[in-house]
Design a protein around this ligand. Structure first.
Ligand SMILES: [Zn+2]
Length: 93
């Protein structure tokens, strides 16, 4: 099991791996937007535009815990390490 979520294309908002065409978000015209997943970005807008990095870390921790079957502490450490490096959160600084 790799704990590197940055292998391959990943959502630049939540860090999830984008493996399938159906995982990607869409732009205003409905075409695939390759930077973000469908849960973060839909029809040219962020699904949750006001979410903070801290809230995203929390959300991502839950997703990683479920998906990877690792404990919440380790999942949180991963989320805290990866999320601030993503495009969406870089722009905020
Ligand atoms: Zn996402």
């Amino acid at each position: 099991m790799s704990d590197n979520l940055l292998l391959g294309p990943t959502c630049q908002s939540c860090g999830v791996a984008l493996a399938d065409k159906g995982d990607f978000g869409t732009n205003a015209a409905g075409a695939i937007h390759t930077d973000y997943c469908k849960f973060c970005y839909s029809k040219g807008e962020f699904v949750d535009p006001d979410i903070t990095l801290e809230e995203m870390v929390k959300k991502s921790t839950e997703a990683i815990t479920k998906k990877k079957g690792i404990n919440a502490g380790k999942a949180e450490a991963m989320a805290e390490r990866i999320l601030p490096t993503l495009t969406r959160w870089q722009a905020k600084h």
